[in-house]
Unconditional design. Structure first.
Length: 327
């Protein structure tokens, strides 16, 4: 009798939970969520607030801001294409990209559901009032961060946390969902760049950001721990009164990084075409091609070029950049 009772009230199988998640997460007409993203790769955690809108089939709006809302970026997909918007710099870039189809992110629940579904070797267990899936990642950091643990509330079947892990199963990124609303959709007009909420107060944003013009130039270095990689040259140039630093690295994986202060655009109404694909570096949203990656971070503009690195390796270097890194 006890055996029968345990069987009737037994734990949910991986397949049962996956079917419920697919019905709930993937089949919804849209969703909105807010979350806190912590990047744990440096000496001190970097914390960002994330807000996501998604309306089927292909409309997305992701806003990422630091805790003081001083540094904000948005990535928007609408019927005209994919855009990256940086309100403080008055800049908008347009991509011809399939994002996020080919580059899922841990704060996009549709991407999480697809990762769980397609990873046949994923593991599943129950921890208290949560289901926990451990799956392979599918984002641009999958070599550096190959695994993720997805925590799901048993009662609501909504995600509560995601831990993204390195090869040693050490947590490098943590997503904590504060609110997830399924079945919510918005009109196409609300995904237009000029109507995005973070851009509506653009004039005020630009005026307020005048106080942080010309930030102190602090040279950033990569923190990747690659064997034999070393800095062979560091040049400081002055181009038309503007300081630039050029770093050259060798050791089997040669690359060059150019950095300078970011400049504001005089107009954000006309998007500038950006080659390649948008890529979430955690600290910023960049543009990656086969042999280069560019992004803006900490009031600085960066360009990395290499014919020896893969896209994933360039992304790994870019995501690791910090003041006082590998010299």
């Amino acid at each position: 009798m006890m055996v029968l009772l345990l069987s009737a009230c037994g734990a949910q199988s991986k397949e049962d939970v996956l079917k419920k998640l697919s019905n709930k997460w993937i089949d919804t007409k849209g969703y909105e969520l807010t979350a806190e993203m912590s990047i744990l790769t440096g000496q001190d955690p970097r914390v960002y607030q994330v807000e996501v809108w998604h309306t089927k089939p292909d409309f997305y709006r992701v806003k990422v801001a630091d805790t003081n809302e001083e540094n904000t970026q948005m990535i928007v997909r609408n019927k005209e294409g994919v855009f990256v918007v940086t309100p403080a710099l008055n800049k908008t870039y347009k991509f011809q990209s399939k994002w996020p189809t080919e580059n899922g992110q841990p704060y996009l629940i549709g991407s999480l559901a697809q990762d769980i579904k397609k990873d046949k070797s994923s593991t599943f267990k129950e921890e208290g009032n949560k289901y926990v899936f451990e799956t392979k990642t599918s984002n641009n950091h999958k070599n550096m961060l190959p695994t993720q643990r997805i925590y799901i509330d048993k009662k609501t079947l909504l995600p509560t946390d995601v831990s993204v892990l390195n090869e040693n199963k050490e947590e490098q990124i943590h997503i904590k969902f504060s609110k997830v609303t399924l079945g919510k959709s918005r009109a196409a007009a609300e995904y237009k760049i000029e109507q995005a909420p973070a851009a509506q107060g653009e004039e005020n944003t630009v005026e307020a950001s005048a106080e942080i013009d010309n930030p102190e130039f602090e040279t950033h270095y990569p923190m990747v721990q690659w064997d034999q990689l070393h800095l062979i040259d560091e040049q400081e140039l002055n181009v038309d009164g503007e300081k630039r630093v050029i770093l050259t690295y060798s050791g089997g994986k040669e690359f060059t990084i150019i950095q300078k202060r970011s400049e504001k655009s005089t107009s954000s109404t006309i998007p500038v075409f950006a080659p390649g694909d948008p890529v979430d570096l955690g600290i910023a949203i960049g543009a990656v091609t086969d042999q280069s990656i560019s992004w803006e971070q900490d009031g600085m503009s960066f360009f990395l070029a290499s014919s020896a690195l893969s896209k994933e390796e360039m992304i790994e270097v870019a995501a690791s950049m910090a003041v006082g890194g590998l010299k």
